[in-house]
Design a binder for this molecule. Sequence first.
Ligand code: ZN
Length: 281
Amino acid sequence: MRLANLGGRLVLVDGSRALDVATASEGRFGPHPLDAYRDWDAFVEWASAADVSSGNPYGSNDLGCPVPDPSQVFGIGLNYADHAAEAGMPLPDSPMVFTKFASCLTGPTGEIPLVPGKVDWEAELVVVIGRGGRGISVEDALDHVAGLTVGQDVSERALQTAGANAQFNLGKSHDRFGPIGPVVVTLDELADPHDLAIGCSLDDQTVQDSRTSQMVFGIAELVSYLSRVVELRGGDVIFTGTPPGVGVGRSPQRFVVDGEVLTTWIEGIGEMRHRFVAPAR
Ligand code: ZN
């Protein structure tokens, strides 16, 4: 199943049709997009019997952030073997965790304000938690995942790396620096989440092109690892790291300029498209 946000309301989508969940469930679930994750198991039971083909046609440009205002947003650094090699860094022994503040999340299309500095791109597979919990074992972890979506961990490198202790959290949390979407796809729709093409382009020049098979810590390991420290809650979002080809790792380095269009995709999930716009002076 595919979950999305249409005009601020939770919908199930299939092809070009969207079924409004609150209407179809007679108020049991929705209308807020996060409501799907409050009682994930009950929602799945209801949604698997829903007739999405009875929904209404919709335009993909009308989809908003599929998981707005989650309680927690995690980011994982250096989680692709080929990206760690590009960065000249050894593979981490355990996941390197930071946060993107939830207020930076935005939808799969639209404009992103271009801030001063070194604005960079990071195409990422994003995990959405369904059933929450603490101390989740690796074996059980996928049962706690609602689905996957496409993300961009947009990063301003000057602030990210400023000072003796890097400021990952702030440098990655500017307004709209966390686009996700267009849909959350449940795991049963993907043959192997760890073998999907992932990439992005700037103005139609491909800058990242890899596969999720390069991930160092897989989805189950990340969910289990995080849950041993923090309680995971339905709707929590995990950006799982980026493959090579980021601007800071290129030679010469290259960063986003005013007006450029960033297109981000993952095989079997979908595509996002954003234009960077510098504020008028
Ligand atoms: Zn990242």
